[in-house]
Design a protein around this ligand. Structure first.
Ligand code: FES
Length: 557
């Protein structure tokens, strides 16, 4: 029978355990001490105590093997622990051990928890280990322990940014926007398991993207923050120059809101990196709002690196018409976005606020789509044109001939999959978020949306028009569809994290767009497109296609 003494958290709480004689007689013994199952061992004349449940999958450790050096082995998966310290010697999670006192043959165990701040710090350290090893189940366990220790899980997200951003060779990956997206989904859920699943998805993606990556440090010097100099450094792909100016802005405490118009201008300066620069920037803003200014440095350094390294697709022959189209924009583009002059006057009232037919932009070549966009820009407000391009992008996703995503005979450089289509929607949403705040950027945003729509034309299913494609995936019950989407996302079952997070980001972008207000035809097209996307089967690895492309390529070298 255990004798207990109540004690506040952080103070010793000694509970009497089975006596020494019993340990001598029966060997390792499990006992319920307070709320805990504790395993007691007699080792070299000393009593040692630990949780009886293995921190891996709960096998009873009193059934384990303790060697002469004090290493306890769990037989279930052979994990090994130093029974004095609880340190894990082989496996993953650390073992909880307890102080023991023996007095006149009576054994006492201190089952008190360490002070909350210490518990949180210890779990955060172990979470970092789990992420560094890309150990998904352990990430989930450490996050559950963190929550049990009373820490908000957002603290784990902030730590993840601080620890990982120097190991992103190419700058920001999908993992950071994934943190934002998964935490936003978590906000909508009440079930604690589902909420934990969201945070685990977020942080495990960071672990996946940074596994065994070497450090890629950022420039640490400061150069006087000047927007033009930052933009020039990005344009000339001078990462150190851009980062040093960013460092100065951060050191001066310039708020993200003040810097953001410059970043938005830089993100839209080119049709680049498949829209990632702008999409990521919107997630950076959201994460800084959620996690606070401490998140700004890791996020912005990583984002700046990715911006500097971004492919400028508008320099490729396929997209070269973009620059000429920008020059021909009906109202001359004024790309300079000044923090002190963030908004241009409202568009002329002579422009129609009704969206042009989406069909005007569908199934066309790039030059034709750009021409249609310019023509519509002379007649419609930017937002009305945006509605049409967004609807056209949704129709293209609905018309995607998915055999292109499965094929094994595509030439190198002509690979296409669902994300080519979903990006048109997530980029479109980022354009609206950005350009309604800085209308000078509408020409770039809308013409780049047109490029997204047009680049997917070659992959549309022959003989399938938009009406038929949309009818096949129509969503009649919006609320029921959202429930379906949440269920699909939480238990997606997909190995590579990039795919489910694209599902999630597209669904969130469409929901947010609808919440901002859209014409009903556009709403219907977007919901149907997301429904189709959430039903897609991703081909996560292309063994045969990669081999064929390699053979053909090497033959011509
Ligand atoms: S349950 Fe102990 S090692 Fe797996």
């Amino acid at each position: 029978m255990a004798i207990q003494s109540d004690a506040p958290a952080g103070q010793a709480h000694w509970v009497e355990a089975p006596p020494l004689a019993q340990l001598h007689e029966r060997g390792p013994t499990a006992a319920k001490l307070g709320a805990r199952q504790v395993a007691l061992f007699l080792h070299e004349g000393e009593v040692l105590a630990c949780n009886n449940r293995c921190p891996h999958e709960g096998y009873p450790l009193c059934e384990g093997a303790l060697d002469r050096s004090g290493v306890l082995t769990c037989h279930w998966h052979n994990w090994k622990f130093d029974l004095r310290s609880g340190t894990n010697l082989y496996g993953g999670d650390a073992l909880r051990v307890y102080p023991v006192r023996v007095e006149a043959g009576r054994v006492w165990v201190d089952v008190s928890d360490p002070p909350p701040a210490q518990r949180v710090a210890e779990v955060l350290g172990r979470l970092a280990e789990a992420m560094a090893e890309d150990d998904y189940p352990r990430v989930a366990r450490e996050l559950a322990r963190l929550e049990q220790a009373g820490a908000p899980l957002d603290a784990a997200a902030l730590q993840a940014l601080e620890h990982s951003h120097t190991r992103l060779r190419n700058g920001m990956t999908h993992a950071y926007p994934a943190i934002d997206a998964w935490l936003r989904l978590r906000d909508q859920l009440a079930d604690s398991d589902e909420r934990l699943a969201c945070v685990t998805e977020a942080l495990a993606h960071v672990g996946f993207d940074t596994l065994r990556e070497a450090p890629y440090p950022y420039a640490t010097a400061h150069r006087n923050w000047q927007a033009e100099e930052f933009l020039t450094a990005v344009e000339t792909q001078d990462e150190a120059g851009a980062t040093e100016r960013l460092n100065d802005a951060l050191a001066q405490g310039i708020a993200f809101d003040t810097l953001e118009p410059v970043f938005a201008q830089a993100a839209l300066a080119h049709y680049n990196a498949f829209g990632h620069s702008l999409i990521y920037l919107t997630h950076v803003r959201s994460l800084i709002q959620r996690l606070g200014p401490a998140a700004a440095a890791p996020l912005l350094r990583a984002w700046t690196r990715s911006l500097v390294l971004a492919t400028r697709e508008d320099l490729l022959p396929d997209f070269k018409a973009y620059a000429g189209a920008l020059e021909k924009w009906p109202r001359p583009p004024d790309s300079h976005v000044s923090p002190s002059r963030p908004h241009l006057p409202s568009p002329s009232s002579t422009l129609s606020t009704s969206a042009p037919p989406a069909a005007r932009f569908e199934a066309l070549k790039i030059r034709e789509t750009l021409a249609a966009t310019l023509e519509a820009a002379a007649q419609h407000t930017p937002l009305a044109l945006w509605h049409a391009l967004m609807q056209a992008a949704a129709h293209h996703l609905l018309r995607f001939d998915e055999r292109f995503a499965q094929r094994t005979d595509s030439p190198a450089g002509d690979d296409v999959n669902w994300l080519d289509f979903s990006h048109a929607l997530t980029f479109g949403h980022a354009v609206r978020q950005t350009c309604t705040r800085w209308p000078q950027l509408w020409p770039q945003g809308l013409l780049q949306m047109a490029l997204f729509v047009a680049r997917n034309t070659p992959y549309l299913a022959p003989g399938l028009d938009s009406a038929a494609a949309q009818a096949a995936w129509a969503v009649d019950d919006a609320e029921g569809f959202d429930t379906f989407a949440r269920t699909r996302l939480i238990d997606h079952g997909i190995g590579l994290p990039i795919y489910p997070v694209h599902w999630l980001k597209t669904w969130l972008a469409v929901r947010d767009s609808i919440a901002l207000g859209l014409p009903q035809p556009c709403v219907n097209a977007l919901r149907a497109a997301v429904r189709r996307l959430l039903s897609a089967q991703f081909k996560q690895r292309h063994a045969l296609r990669s081999a064929r492309q390699a053979q053909r390529f090497v033959e011509r070298e």
